[in-house]
Design a protein around this ligand. Structure first.
Ligand SMILES: Nc1ncnc2c1ncn2[C@@H]1O[C@H](COP(=O)(O)OP(=O)(O)OP(=O)(O)O)[C@@H](O)[C@H]1O
Ligand SMILES: [Mg+2]
Length: 444
């Protein structure tokens, strides 16, 4: 993994170093200036005489990096501890004359926790550069997507769950002439059928009981001049399919209970992990709408079809979690590489990412190994164990199904950082049903 740079060498300017016993060896002049202390006063003292008011144990280190809060010369600071061989380096991350606990806490959280992606804002969107994978299939995919992006045509993204359809949708929008306009995502599977029309088409004042007095624009209106991303389009209720078709044909939308139609100028990107053609044959998806959507189909290959991308993706996620968890992993052990490449990845990149996140929580040192995964219970996540020593100890089918359901819910909650709406989306169930299951299984 030569590509990964060594973050630890980019030392901050304001630092003190100490030996294993905590004896201070060196102080940067910036440290002295910022904290208004004399070098001669600090040198030869112990670190716990300089950093006070901290719950972090300064005399016992377990060889790990840490970020903690402490007071130096009466000034609250956020401090990072790095360890290099037998030296401990304490750098000042943030200095605050007045403690702003909220800011510090959110800063600490941003260091520890991975950021969750949400669609509600236009910021934080994926760009083409963020799509990892330079194997022949992916290169071809990116080229095709980039060419389609500049046209205004409807795009249908297909591919298994977790292959990166949403990533492509965002990247396509970002390359199009609409890039400065809204990108509005609608997960057709997450909105209950009876709310669907009001969410997507909007409603006028007094359209139904419980409606907001002032009415509400639907997602279509919100996407005006931009892109409407219809995720899990196969789950679009049949009646709404007809209504959507009219919007696409007439380029007009009428709110529920409305009296007039408004012009709309939107580009549609739809995604599905199901075979729409089969659904059309089964009478579950309108053929006319299918042909409207099926202008450009972009089939995202599964991860097992492009094994050459597995290691680059792994490196990408290691890099990401290095920053998020303050780790310093630089290498992937050959045995782990072998397992990663040999695995089938039914959950594709989403599954790979979840597994790397797990390992990165456990890893100590600079190498991610199979051992980092042995301590985690692989029955609790989407992936199979990295060994073939799984004991066969099957309970009744019902119990097994419940166990699997419970584990999937725990996994989704963990992945979504406890956000039940996002977790429900991931599980493709209604939030109400997720709440019921959480209380049924007593999940905390
Ligand atoms: N090529 C890639 N490079 C980096 N990250 C990726 C790539 N492809 C997917 N991911 C990551 O994998 C996860 C799943 O991707 P995404 O949500 O786009 O999948 P999806 O195809 O929409 O899945 P589903 O059908 O289940 O909705 C995301 O966290 C995304 O960031
Ligand atoms: Mg998706």
């Amino acid at each position: 993994m030569e590509k990964m740079e060594n973050k630890a060498t980019q030392m901050d300017l304001e630092y003190v170093t100490a030996d294993e016993t905590g004896l201070i060896l060196e102080i940067s002049s910036e440290f002295c200036r910022t904290l208004d202390v004399a070098e001669s006063f600090i040198k030869g003292r112990y670190i716990n005489q300089v950093i006070k008011g901290t719950t972090h144990n300064l005399s016992h280190h377990n060889g790990k990096k840490a970020v903690f809060f402490g007071v130096i010369n009466g000034q609250p600071c956020l401090i990072r501890l790095d360890q290099h061989k037998h030296h401990h380096i304490y750098s000042i991350l943030v200095k605050k004359n007045e403690i702003d606990l909220y800011e510090i806490t959110s800063f600490m959280n941003s260091i520890k926790k991975p950021k969750i992606q949400t669609n509600s804002r236009n910021t934080n969107r994926y760009r083409f550069e963020d799509i990892v994978g330079d194997g022949p299939l992916m290169t071809q995919m990116k080229e095709l997507a980039a060419r389609i992006a500049t046209s205004n045509s409807t795009v249908l993204l297909t591919g298994e769950s977790g292959t990166g359809k949403e990533l492509f949708a965002q990247a396509i929008h970002g390359l199009s002439s609409r890039k400065d306009q809204p990108f509005v995502a609608v997960n057709c599977a997450a909105i209950p059928e009876d709310l669907f029309e009001s969410e997507v088409f909007g409603y006028e004042a007094g359209a139904f009981s419980g409606a907001k007095r002032e009415g509400k624009p639907g997602k279509i209106e919100l996407a005006q001049n931009g892109t409407l991303f219809l995720d899990e389009i196969s789950e679009l209720p049949y009646l709404a399919q007809g209504k959507l078709l009219r919007v696409l044909q007439e380029k007009e939308v009428e709110r529920l209970g409305g009296t007039g139609a408004k012009n709309v100028d939107i580009r549609i990107i739809a995604a599905t992990n199901r075979d729409l053609k089969t659904l059309v044959q089964e009478g579950k998806f309108r053929q006319d709408l299918f042909y409207r959507l099926y202008v450009f189909e972009l089939k995202i290959p599964s991860l097992r079809q492009r094994k050459e991308d597995i290691l680059p993706l792994t490196e990408h996620f290691i890099h990401y979690y290095n920053e998020q968890f303050n780790q310093e992993v630089k290498y992937i052990d050959p045995k782990l590489q072998e397992w990663l490449i040999g695995n089938d990845w039914p959950g594709n990149i989403r599954e790979l990412r979840a597994i790397i996140e797990r390992g990165m929580n456990i890893v100590e040192g600079d190498t991610l190994t199979l051992e980092c995964f042995r301590f985690t219970s692989f029955t609790e996540n989407a992936g199979p164990p990295p060994t073939n020593e799984t004991p066969l100890n099957v309970q009744s089918l019902e119990e097994e199904v419940q166990k699997a359901e419970m584990n999937a819910i725990k996994w989704a909650l963990k992945e979504s950082d406890g956000d039940k709406t996002i977790a429900a989306q991931r599980l493709k169930i209604h939030p109400a049903s997720l709440y019921r299951k959480i209380s049924k299984y007593g999940i905390k």
